[in-house]
Design a binder for this molecule. Structure first.
Ligand code: ATP
Ligand code: MN
Length: 266
């Protein structure tokens, strides 16, 4: 494609995006989260999306998948036709304090830009780095593709723009429980991170596979609160499986196993 044609493609995609944005605003006008979401596409965010389009990571954005607490997730497509999930972190101040705790203390992200936009960018980079470490360690997560500013591009888990069912919406069995516990161990020991927001809402069950996602909060195991986050993740997962009638292992024992301190009794 010529540069001119590229520019036209990117500009068309950007116009589509703005159309979505206007429509969502109208739809969200009376919703509680209107204030939070209206800041999604400030001019720096638009420039980041534009640059991801020029860089050929995104060829189009097709619609909103979900407007969450931290970010809005779009269904997009790559030039190859591959489905994408494009997560755009809000740049408003409301998320500022909460985020700071998960960034300060992480040796990978020492210097934090103390502005809402700066922090949203660190947050996107952090989720990207976490996904990359997990992916490289062989844990099933959405494959990270690119990050620019507060915009993160990753593999879409689902079909036809519909995200895969969450664990919390699915039938579960003992194998699923063991898989998640295994992933928690692998995250700590191979990827050197702890998810820190693990629950039935941040795991997809997709064709028998479990896919962990939403790694924005995840921290390096060197973070001073890493062990607290690990305990909380294990307890949350245990509570969910118990509520579904599945027998779980004692949470402190699992934590000891993750840390490799388990005593072998045979
Ligand atoms: P929430 O407030 O729901 O926790 P969040 O801002 O923390 O949202 P995520 O949990 O990462 O963001 O994503 C929110 C939703 O977007 C998911 O529940 C899912 O429906 C969709 N989603 C996120 N990532 C993907 C993906 N890789 N593929 C498909 N859908 C996704
Ligand atoms: Mn989430």
């Amino acid at each position: 494609m010529s540069d001119d044609a590229d520019d036209r493609t990117s500009e068309r995609a950007l116009r589509d995006l703005l159309r979505h944005e206007r429509r969502d605003r109208i739809r969200l006008k009376d919703a509680d989260d209107y204030k939070v979401t209206e800041g999604v596409f400030d001019s720096r965010t638009l420039m980041s999306i534009y640059s991801l389009m020029k860089g050929k990571y995104i060829s189009s954005l097709r619609g909103v998948v979900k407007t969450g607490k931290e970010a809005r997730v779009y269904w997009g497509a790559a030039a190859s036709g591959e489905d994408l999930a494009v997560k755009i972190y809000y740049t408003v101040a409301s998320q500022f304090k909460r985020r700071l705790m998960y960034i300060e203390g992480d040796p990978r992200f020492g210097e934090v830009k103390r502005s809402p936009h700066g922090l949203a960018e660190v947050w996107a980079r952090k989720e990207f780095a976490n996904l990359k470490q997990a992916h490289e360690a062989g844990i099933r997560v959405p494959r990270p593709i690119a990050v620019k500013g507060n915009v993160l591009v990753m593999e879409f888990i689902g079909e036809g723009g519909r995200p895969a069912p969450l664990l919390g919406e699915s039938e579960v069995d003992n194998r699923d429980y063991l898989t998640i516990i295994h992933y928690i161990k692998e995250l700590w020991n191979r990827a050197s991170i702890v998810h820190a927001d693990l629950s039935e809402y941040n795991v997809f069950k997709w064709g028998g596979d479990l896919v962990l996602f939403d790694f924005g909060s995840s921290v390096d195991i060197g973070h001073p609160m890493a062990l607290d986050f690990l305990r909380r993740d294990v307890e949350t997962i245990n509570r969910f499986f118990e509520s579904r009638g599945i027998t779980t292992e004692n949470a402190p024992a699992i934590v000891e196993q993750v840390l490799g301190r388990c005593r072998r009794t045979h």
